[in-house]
Design a protein around this ligand. Structure first.
Ligand code: ATP
Length: 389
């Protein structure tokens, strides 16, 4: 795919005065919709059930024909593109992956390249490349049928299929709606990782505001008939909801949600834990050091300085070696983790969560007061902001 500078392969989409009136309905499902979707960004459409999100999105790839209005994709009139051109330009991934049940994974991923008449070798290479991209080993999964995959794996195949013809635009309709929350979080992380390389223009529909905040460069909060209530960055929407409807959607936990926008590296975490490399010391030496430093807890590291165990000074009188003293470190966060992840780790650890650097090495610890201080500061900034406006 040709890139238009800065590694962006996506193109701008414009919707102008787009209306959809379904036959037999009195009111249009989408009324006079105007939006510019910037090239190479993820734009999320959120809003209550039935507000018109899916109708709006499907008009972009003409699965639904607009009643009136104009849609351009990279400057070209979408309503004038033929089927092949649309498929080349727009990938489409939906909830429950929408895979053909009697096609193998490879055949599913090959559908659009096949329609576009690519030769066999090119298609085969592309299948392997796409499977690697979404983290499925081709040797193992190529010839499986969808029913032989987990829900998360099916979604990955759905994304691979949508990307197979390397379209500049990707439409995703609740693509992770049908999987459990942990798999969903993983799929979201993978999409962000993919997008940092691919820089497609992605339009993504979801009910889930947290998902919107995590994934979106911009979020459009839609009301009935797809009326745009607010179209802005997640930060701006969280800090200043435009009206009561948006505020309701954002929810009372708005400042908590802002924790998903901040990373551990952005805050001042502590780096004063007493640490010891297990193979370089003994329980009695460590006890002496802890007494001198006035610490009741120490963190035992392995030879590569990765955190392994928490020990209380009491554990040291009975332990034979530091490799087995105390208890294993549980949830760990990295400097890249969001404060939301850090908060969960702190709660599950029941105190300090260990922070690691890029190679998994100890760099510090973070506790609940760090998080509550940040929340307090966000609230004060928000109050000052609303007082000023
Ligand atoms: N084929 C159709 N014929 C008639 N009305 C339709 C059709 N498809 C959707 N609608 C109506 O258009 C409106 C918008 O539907 P749409 O599916 O776009 O909403 P949505 O925001 O995506 O909803 P959800 O979040 O529940 O999927 C709804 O009132 C729906 O009943």
């Amino acid at each position: 795919m040709a890139e238009n500078g800065n590694g962006v392969s996506g193109v701008e989409i414009q919707l102008e005065n787009v209306t959809k009136r379904y036959p037999g309905s009195r009111e249009p499902a989408v009324k006079d919709f105007n939006m510019t979707i910037p090239a190479g960004k993820i734009v999320i459409l959120v809003g209550p059930s039935g507000c018109g999100k899916t109708t709006t999105m499907r008009m972009i790839n003409r699965l639904i024909e607009p009643t009136s209005g104009r849609i351009t994709i990279g400057g070209e009139d979408a309503l004038k593109l033929n089927g092949d051109a649309l498929r080349r330009k727009i990938g489409y991934a939906i909830q429950q992956a929408g895979l053909f049940p009697h096609f193998t994974v490879a055949q599913n991923i090959s559908v659009v390249p096949g329609l576009l008449g690519w030769d066999k070798k090119k298609i085969n290479d592309r299948v392997d490349e796409m499977m690697d991209l979404v983290g499925l080993d081709p040797a193992e999964y190529r010839d499986r049928f969808p029913r032989q995959l987990s829900g998360g794996q099916q979604q990955r195949v759905g994304v691979a299929r949508a990307l197979a013809a390397d379209p500049p635009v990707l439409l995703m309709d609740e693509p992770f709606g049908a999987v459990d929350p942990i798999t969903r979080g993983n799929l979201q992380d993978e999409l962000l990782r993919l997008q940092s390389d691919l820089r497609k223009t992605i339009v993504f529909v979801t009910h889930d505001f947290d998902e919107a905040v995590k994934l979106g460069d911009k979020i459009a909060v839609l009301g009935n008939q797809s009326t745009i209530q607010q179209y802005d960055t997640p930060e701006a929407i969280l800090a200043n909801p435009a009206n009561d409807m948006v505020a309701g959607f954002v929810g009372a936990g708005a400042s908590l949600k802002q924790l998903t926008l901040l990373r551990v590296r952005d805050v001042e975490y502590a780096d004063d834990a007493l640490t010891v490399v297990a193979s370089e010391s003994s329980p009695s030496e460590l006890r002496k050091r802890m007494n001198e430093a006035g610490k009741t807890y120490a963190l035992v590291l392995d030879a590569r300085r990765r955190p392994r165990r928490w020990v209380h000074i009491r554990d040291l009188s009975t332990a034979g070696s530091l490799a087995v003293a105390g208890r294993p470190v549980g949830d760990i966060v990295s400097t890249q983790s969001t404060l939301q992840d850090a908060l969960e780790a702190i709660l599950s650890e029941g105190g300090n969560a260990v922070v690691t650097g890029s190679r998994g090495e100890y760099v510090g610890t973070i506790d609940i007061t760090t998080v509550t201080d940040v929340l307090q500061q966000l609230r004060e900034e928000h109050d000052a902001g609303s007082a000023a406006s």
